[in-house]
Design a protein around this ligand. Structure first.
Ligand code: NAD
Length: 273
């Protein structure tokens, strides 16, 4: 169910279904989205300092009436804040804007060349001394992870990547699994393009579910955490209705076979300004 979790390598339970809030406007829009989600049983919210909506997210959390300790709150350090001291400062600014005293997961948003190792040292400090419950990375390809692992004390608990039927990156998933790094999907709905695919329309008819529900169910069956974004109440609620059916192994494979290495977001190998 919505409170179901995957266990990170340090024992922390991460709800495998969350709400993404990229492009949800700070203020009423994001506050309402967070409240509707929590009201529906979501227990995981994914924001970032660069989204500019941490204040609204924090207000939504407070106004929801749900216990802070029952919500898994994620934010990310932005590229221009990378480096040791500035990452620690950035964490504190995020907390202040969110009006929280700890995060459940803090992520390095992108692998900024020449900086991400120093940034990771700061993440380790935040994990050991400032109460952040888990630390991880985002947009790290295998070579970034291999490089990071040569000097890290703490293995990242999570790698949040663009992931959908057009961009599976199965070798990277396998590498993460082997190294106890939980894989997580961003843009699981292909930023809306998933709704255009005929095969998705066919599967929706076959299972009597929506296209969003089919692809989000696929994420979970692949062991991947998923954080679809919507700011509309009906969609937030409907998207999460994925716990009353199961895709056959054949259909899971069918979606994997749509893979064509196509990105809708930036390429991690050159997005580090
Ligand atoms: P997404 O794949 O979740 O798609 C969102 C789009 O689909 C929106 O336009 C929304 O209006 C539409 N949509 C949602 N539900 C729908 C429904 N039921 N029917 C029709 N349309 C629907 O895209 P995303 O927002 O890019 O990704 C999800 C989250 O991942 C983000 O909000 C953010 O939290 C995170 N993210 C992280 C990174 C990163 O670099 N780490 C990058 C992008 C996104």
């Amino acid at each position: 169910d919505l409170k179901g979790t995957f266990t990170l390598h340090n024992g922390v339970e991460m709800p495998y279904f969350g709400l993404g809030v990229y492009l949800s406007e700070d203020g009423k829009e994001v506050t309402n989205a967070v409240k509707w989600a929590l009201d529906d049983g979501y227990r995981h919210i994914d924001t970032a300092s660069v989204y500019g909506n941490e204040e609204g997210v924090g207000i939504g959390i407070k106004e929801s009436g749900v216990d802070r300790k029952d919500i898994f709150v994620v934010s990310k350090v932005w590229n221009s804040d990378q480096g040791y001291e500035s990452t620690i400062k950035s964490y504190e600014s995020s907390l202040k804007r969110l009006n929280l005293d700890y995060l459940d997961l803090y992520l390095v948003h992108w692998p900024v060349k020449g900086k991400y190792k120093e940034t990771w040292r700061a993440m380790e400090y935040l994990y050991k001394h400032r109460g952040v419950r888990a630390i991880g990375v985002s947009n790290f390809m295998q070579h970034h992870l291999e490089d990071l692992l040569t000097s890290s004390e703490v293995v990242p608990m999570v790698n949040q990547m663009e992931f959908h039927p057009y961009l599976v990156q199965q070798e990277l998933i396998d590498f993460c699994n082997k190294n106890t790094i939980q894989y997580e999907a961003w843009s699981p709905l292909m930023q809306g393009h998933i709704f255009e695919l005929d095969i998705m329309k066919d599967l929706a008819v076959k299972y009597n579910k929506t296209i969003a529900q089919i692809v989000l169910r696929w994420d979970l069956q692949k062991g991947v955490v998923t954080i679809p974004k919507s700011a509309k109440k009906e969609r937030i609620w409907a998207n999460a209705d994925v716990f009353d059916f199961e895709l056959t192994d054949g259909d899971v494979k069918k979606l994997e076979q749509l893979d064509r290495g196509k990105r809708f977001g930036p390429d991690p190998n050159n997005f580090d300004f």
